[in-house]
Design a protein around this ligand. Sequence first.
Ligand SMILES: [Zn+2]
Length: 205
Amino acid sequence: MYGEQTHAEDSSEDLSLDVSMLSLDPPSDKKDQSFVPLSFTSTSTPTSEEDEENGKYKERKWMVNESRLMELFSRCNHCGVSVIETKKTTCSSLIRVNWQCSNGHQGKWNSCDEIRGMPVINLLAAACTLFTGATYIDIDDWAALLNLQIPKKTSFYAIQSSYLIPVVEIVYKEKQEQMLEGLWMQNILQKGVHLSGDGRSDRYV
Ligand SMILES: [Zn+2]
């Protein structure tokens, strides 16, 4: 049954990873109406679009062996016959599966959502690396030992410079302005300001 399938894989990190997030065409497989999960236990009911986005960011994620994942595509979820062709496409941490059964039914499945053409998990993987304070090398070494698929070095730094650093700068300036406003208020209320130094007693000659 499974051995009769035709398998193909397109793993193209550099070709398919779009860090521009400017894709005008909505992802064709953003809503895969043909895929019906075997079980659906979530009872969450997002009250707004924002809640839904936050939920996706926070929702639990799992490490899955590829062989176990592909077992889900052994039979057609329309008619139940064997799937005769599967094609895997990967883009960093995203895996996309296209399948077709012997009765001509087709389907596409993505392991995560996309935002303007970028797989969300790639953005999150890069962000979580930076925000933990770890170096990319540390995370990459850990992932390599597991054979866990994360963005390659070039992609990571492209995402970092295009999106993460600008966001950090915005938040830093917002927090700095809040602190300065607090200090101005203290001055107005004549509460004074306490200054402290790092105590290194640096000397400049
Ligand atoms: Zn079918």
